[in-house]
Write a protein that binds this ligand. Structure first.
Ligand SMILES: [Zn+2]
Length: 88
C-alpha cells in the first residue's frame, strides 16, 4: 500500500522525489595488494526482508535517506495537524 512522503529536511516537498535502490555484486580481493581475485558476473538488487532496500532523494533539497524516513516525516507532520499542500 503506497504511503505519502514528506522530505524531513526541507519539510516542503511532498511530490518530487527520486527512488534509489542499490545493486551489489560479490568480489574477492587480495588482502595485501588490493587486486581483484574474483568478480561475480551479475549485479543483484539489495533487498531487506525480501523488499527492495529503497532510498529516496528529495528533488528540491537533495536530501537522501531510507524510504522510511520520508514516510515517518509525513506521519509525524500529519499528527501535528498539518495538511498536505499547506506551506509553513
Ligand atoms: Zn527536501
Amino acid at each position: 500500500m503506497p504511503e505519502p512522503y514528506l522530505c524531513p529536511v526541507c519539510r516542503d516537498n511532498r511530490t518530487e522525489f527520486l527512488q534509489i535502490y542499490k545493486l551489489a555484486r560479490e568480489i574477492r580481493k587480495d588482502a595485501e595488494t588490493g587486486a581483484l581475485l574474483y568478480v561475480a558476473d551479475e549485479w543483484e538488487t539489495v533487498t531487506r526482508d525480501r523488499r527492495l532496500d529503497l532510498e529516496v532523494r528529495c528533488r528540491l533539497c537533495g536530501h537522501t535517506a531510507p524510504e522510511a524516513d520520508f514516510t515517518r516525516a509525513f506521519r509525524r507532520d500529519l499528527a501535528q495537524g498539518r495538511r498536505p499542500g499547506r506551506r509553513a
